[in-house]
Design a binder for this molecule. Structure first.
Ligand code: HEM
Ligand code: HEM
Length: 206
């Protein structure tokens, strides 16, 4: 199913979630490596171009993800989740949604404010125009700082988020990780209360 149900994530949410997660982790690694001064300049140039191309891809998918998140209802929280835990999870997910947009936008601002004025080739196919920002070393340094700061804050939050998912899976033994992996709670021994009580009767009859 493409759409979320009351107890399970649909394939659209799942595919977007894991694609964006892989892109963010890969981009953080490339970003960290390409900033090193001791690497070959030709390799550094192509890493920058790959970083920008995959970064724009992440921005496009994060925009889709945000629109989807705003129109789609998320499945009900797992059983036994306290009110505070629920609020913390909602806040963390909201922050991840915002950061997945803010980090690449700040990266785009770095490329746009740079006095080097290097075009951003999207996978060597099209040139993505710069944002209308004044070009100066101070502005480039500012956006580079914002981009790096938000990038590493995202990495920290993702680490906490992933640790929470593992905690749910191995300690709480609920369906939180399983349902985001797309295995479905109905066919699994771990169930959410919603899968039993509130599910769409039409789906239930199949
Ligand atoms: C979700 C997407 C992105 C992530 C997670 C990400 C992450 C990072 C990280 C971790 C660094 C290294 C920061 C440092 O250690 O100083 C970096 C640098 C950089 N990123 Fe990104 N980035 C993303 C998207 C983009 C996009 C879309 C662009 C441009 C179109 C971009 C342009 C740059 C540039 C130019 C630098 C080097 C900044 C400098 O010279 O200090 N990034 N990125
Ligand atoms: C790589 C490690 C990651 C793991 C193991 C992981 C795991 C999970 C799991 C199990 C859920 C389901 C939570 C629930 O049922 O309420 C979830 C939801 C979510 N994750 Fe991740 N995630 C990872 C990375 C990321 C990244 C990088 C982002 C950043 C954009 C992200 C954003 C979200 C959001 C926004 C939700 C809420 C989905 C919704 O309610 O519609 N995750 N994640």
């Amino acid at each position: 199913m493409l759409r979320n149900s009351r107890s399970e994530f649909g394939s659209a949410t799942i595919v977007l979630h894991w694609t964006i997660a892989a892109l963010i982790l890969g981009l953080t690694l490339i970003g960290f490596v390409m900033r090193r001064t001791d690497i070959d300049p030709a390799l550094q140039f192509s890493l920058y171009q790959w970083h920008k191309s995959f970064g724009f891809t992440a921005l496009g998918l994060a925009t889709l993800r945000t629109a989807w998140w705003l129109v789609e209802r998320s499945p009900a929280p797992p059983p036994g989740l306290g009110a505070l835990e629920h609020i913390a999870a909602r806040m963390a997910h909201g922050a991840l949604i915002v950061l997945a947009l803010a980090v690449p936008l700040a990266g785009w601002a770095v490329a746009s404010a740079s006095t080097l004025d290097i075009p951003s080739f999207y996978f060597n196919a099209v040139v993505i125009p710069h944002l209308p920002l004044a070009k100066s070393e101070a502005s480039e340094a500012f956006w580079a700082f914002v981009h790096a700061l938000l990038g590493y804050v995202t990495l920290g939050l993702v680490a906490i988020h992933a640790a929470a998912a593992l905690y749910h899976h191995f300690i709480r033994r609920d369906a939180v990780l399983v349902r985001m992996l797309g295995f479905g709670t109905r066919s699994h021994h771990l169930r959410t209360p919603d899968a039993e009580e509130n599910d769409d009767p039409i789906v239930e009859r199949k």
